[in-house]
Write a protein that binds this ligand. Structure first.
Ligand SMILES: CC(C)(COP(=O)(O)OP(=O)(O)OC[C@H]1O[C@@H](n2cnc3c(N)ncnc32)[C@H](O)[C@@H]1OP(=O)(O)O)[C@@H](O)C(=O)NCCC(=O)NCCS
Length: 178
């Protein structure tokens, strides 16, 4: 019998004063959520100034692509009827077992620091462990601002010393291979 997933529960954030309490619930994404999620994705990343400029269409394409690849690991955080963020990642078999790879975590800038990010990671990790026996999430974050890398480290993530992310411009590499 499947155990109830404790991560899919309601939270009243412990840190907030009585004027600002958010009841956040975590659930599985629905097709009708993608419009709101695409807008939140744009707001979350465009405001960071890390060299990315998303629009509604490009954000929706990415989110639907990730959902198609791993529909059962796409969770949304809501406050009442309002969606405030989401998380998703893809299971990939690796030498030591299943890893979560790729993926996205984003929360509406107006709703950040209220516990949604923490609950989303908890939901993703709990299900990935229960269903796929996942051993880790290999993902990228930026180093332009201190947050969120310092937060990830506080949760137990670490930088991989042996690896560095590289990018090959297709036209340039093809020119170099002539
Ligand atoms: C990373 C992100 C998803 C965290 O979501 P969140 O809902 O704010 O997360 P939480 O409320 O659970 O807070 C996480 C912690 O970071 C802190 N924090 C949140 N935003 C912060 C900020 N802008 N600067 C410094 N600390 C911040 C919170 O106070 C909290 O601290 P605690 O662990 O001591 O309680 C959110 O900041 C975001 O969407 N950022 C833009 C997109 C992004 O960078 N995504 C991750 C890419 S890999």
């Amino acid at each position: 019998m499947m155990k109830p997933n404790p991560a899919l529960s309601t939270l009243s954030s412990r840190k907030l004063d009585s004027k600002n309490i958010m009841n956040i619930t975590i659930g599985h994404v629905k097709d009708s959520d993608f419009d709101q999620l695409s807008q939140i994705y744009c707001d979350a990343y465009n405001s960071l100034n890390i060299g990315e400029q998303w629009d509604h269409a490009s954000a929706q394409k990415l989110l639907r692509h990730l959902h198609k690849a791993q529909p059962d690991l796409f969770f949304v955080a809501s406050c009442g009827e309002k969606i405030v963020g989401a998380i998703t990642a893809i299971i990939k078999p690796w030498w030591d077992g299943n890893h979560l790879t790729d993926g996205e975590l984003f929360v509406d800038p107006k709703s950040q620091s209220k516990g949604a990010g923490r609950l989303l990671i908890k939901a993703l990790f709990a299900k990935a462990f229960d269903v796929y026996n996942a051993v880790s999430w290999d993902t990228f974050t930026h180093r332009v601002h201190e947050h969120p890398l310092s937060w990830y480290k506080k949760l137990g993530f670490k930088e991989i010393e042996q690896w560095v992310m590289i990018e090959g411009d297709v036209k340039k590499v093809l020119r170099n291979l002539k």
